[in-house]
Design a protein around this ligand. Structure first.
Ligand SMILES: Cc1ncc(COP(=O)(O)O)c(C=O)c1O
Length: 390
């Protein structure tokens, strides 16, 4: 009899413990327990009802049920490039410099495969977004993980390590603002990274999924000044427009690279979902609503910082944006156990920092961007009271 082996490449990838945490949350909720779920990075809001009503009115249009062009409808791409031009001073050609994708997740795979050769090496900044690392591994690429420096109550990009590793790698991936740290990379550092990667001939892949949630003045992007050919940028509408289930994101970069990236898109998903593109174009018109939601995330960040300020067991780590802090805690418990302890003892759902690489051990990721208005006050009170056993 033939025996079939599971491939080592896939077996070596360990899924993060999110499913375990989410299933324990469901168990507790079904048993009548109040749980504050600050585990997943999902916003507390959905798109405005006027936008959904407009979409519903369009559902009889046969085109909404068909494939769109591979890179998305031209009018939907234009809605995004217009937003970037007006709001970010990034001027893109909607027909050749941007693709709409099935979320930032698929955009990442497209970017990664467009920028690397088989067996090439890719550097990530750790604590990293684990899905990036999975994609690097299952694409048979070598991983160089560069731990950030934890200093002065926050996280700092390890520039010396970066300098050392860049000549060895084909691509550097950065997430800005960061997941899981919420770290916003200062403009001066982004400028250095863009210059260093250009000098070493390394592609720079920027994941800006949380671009709408930057609460510092650091909004510089390499394409603001010139269309740097080595920079590929991807992002998401899951968070900013409250539509994670609609699977829509984008990838922008030089037409040469996008011509390669579209081969991945065509093979994996063909095109982004057509109904989602209708939703996107309508939602982007809701400028005030988008701003209000971003201000809501900023408010949550401030409240979370204040909640942890007086806590002697759980320590705030500065976040300049996104939905998170990767807080440190004082206990001999491993992060996985600490996250379960928080859930069982306090009804607070978080993700263990160890899911984001070794340097995340001893931390938990608190996703304050999930909390509804009603949940905010009681959840923050609980967080301020958390105490870990030694
Ligand atoms: C850094 C980062 N990149 C990508 C994604 C995936 O986004 P999408 O829903 O657009 O695929 C997430 C989702 O949490 C994320 O945090």
């Amino acid at each position: 009899m033939n025996s079939f082996h599971l491939p080592e490449r896939m077996m070596a990838i360990k899924m993060p413990p999110i499913a375990e945490i989410m299933s324990r949350i469901s168990e507790l909720v079904s048993s009548g327990r109040k749980v504050y779920s600050m585990g997943q990075a999902v916003p507390w809001y959905s798109p405005p009802s006027s936008v959904l009503e407009n979409l519903a009115a369009n559902l009889k249009d046969p085109f909404i049920h068909r494939y769109s062009p591979d890179p998305g409808f031209p009018w939907a791409r234009k809605a995004v490039t217009e937003d970037f031009r007006v709001r970010r001073e990034i001027d893109l050609d909607p027909l050749s410099e941007i693709h709409l994708t099935c979320g930032a997740s698929q955009a990442f795979l497209s970017a990664l495969l467009a920028a690397t050769n088989p067996g090439g090496k890719v550097a990530v900044i750790e604590p990293y977004y684990f899905d990036h690392v999975f994609a690097v591994k299952f694409s048979d690429l070598g991983l160089r993980s560069l731990p950030m420096i934890e200093i002065d109550g926050g996280w700092t990009v390890p520039m010396e390590d970066l300098n050392r590793v860049l000549p060895e790698v084909e691509a550097l991936v950065i997430v800005n603002p960061g997941n899981p740290t919420g770290k916003v990379i200062p403009d001066s550092i982004m400028m250095q990274i863009a210059r260093m990667t250009e000098e070493t001939g390394t592609y720079l892949i920027i994941d800006e999924t949380y671009e709408r949630f930057v609460f510092t003045d650091d909004t510089w992007h390499p394409w603001k000044d010139e269309h740097q050919k080595h920079v590929l940028t991807l992002g998401s509408f899951s968070k900013s427009l409250g539509m994670p289930g609609w699977r829509l994101g984008y990838l922008f970069g030089s037409p040469d690279l996008l011509e390669q990236a579209i081969k991945v898109q065509d093979s994996v998903v063909i095109c982004p979902p057509s109904p989602s593109q209708y939703l996107l174009a309508e939602a982007l018109k809701e400028v005030e609503w988008i701003k209000e939601m971003s201000e809501g995330v900023s408010k949550r960040l401030e409240l979370c910082r204040s909640a942890l300020d007086g806590n002697n067991s759980l320590f705030w780590r500065e976040a300049g944006g996104a939905f998170f802090t990767l807080a440190a805690y004082e206990s001999s418990m491993k992060a996985q156990k600490a996250a379960m302890y928080l859930l069982n003892e306090y009804g607070i759902g978080t993700i263990p920092g160890s899911a984001f690489g070794e340097s995340g051990e001893g931390h938990i990721r608190i996703s304050f961007g999930c909390l509804s208005d009603e949940e905010l006050e009681p959840a923050m009170k609980l967080l301020s009271e958390v105490s870990f056993p030694g």
